[in-house]
Write a new protein. Sequence first.
Length: 295
Amino acid sequence: MTDTVSGFWVATATPLTAEGAVDHARLAGHAQNLFKQGVDGVVLFGTTGEGTSFSIAERIETAAALLKSGIGPERIGLGGGFPAITDAVVLARSALGLGLKHVLMLPPYFDRGVIPEGIEDAFAAIIDGIADDRLRVTLYNIPQVSGVAMPASVAANLRRRYGVLVAGVKDSSADFKQFRAYRAAAPELAITVGNETDIARALAEGGAGTICGMANVVPGLVKAMIDDGANAEGRMRSAIDVIADTSSFTAALKAVLAAQTGDAGWLRVRPPLRPLIDGAALKARLDALMSPAIA
């Protein structure tokens, strides 16, 4: 089992049953389909997966169900990070108990006035509370959503303090200067990007790969960004625009999945999101951007 999240990982959407629970069978099928298309691993309950709308118990039950379906623990990362340090500890300990080791952690959010030293204190309390050398943390930076950034200095300090337990950073800021700041401050960390148009340049500058949401619906295009970014970047920008030009990125991805699979169950989202119905139109726009080689 690798010590870092690297290569091509997908921040998976979370399918729901008619009762609003996680649909484990549909999610496992989606993951297996992604693996057939060259994906290395999946991250459950990140931003794309509506992570903050699901309890610790639901996240752990879902991870256990994917393991039971035959997906290896080395191919599963679990989204975490809570305002309460104790919740972050419980989630990670439970994940480790299942045999998982990769946990993505947001900084404690809600209080947006925290200073870098406070963020470092919080992560130190979490890692010390978990107290398990199997842990491999990927620090998660998405300040435009969470409201709290992960400073490069904090990532570097935590790596110095805890070594391989702090394995990497997922930078979803869509600000390439931030990626470079992480690389400069802590070059030994595995830095993945969430912004798909940054994949090629990140790899060229020592990045570890991607954990991204667009791969739910255009995995071939994301693979093209990894293999031949110069020729794929324009199409990727246009594809992102298709999804971003809606009221909800996550609901739009689910609407496209419903259209691609013919499975209307993918339309379901948890409040406060509302479903988007016209996935067929979004799918058609995406299809028009795909070449025959990557459709």
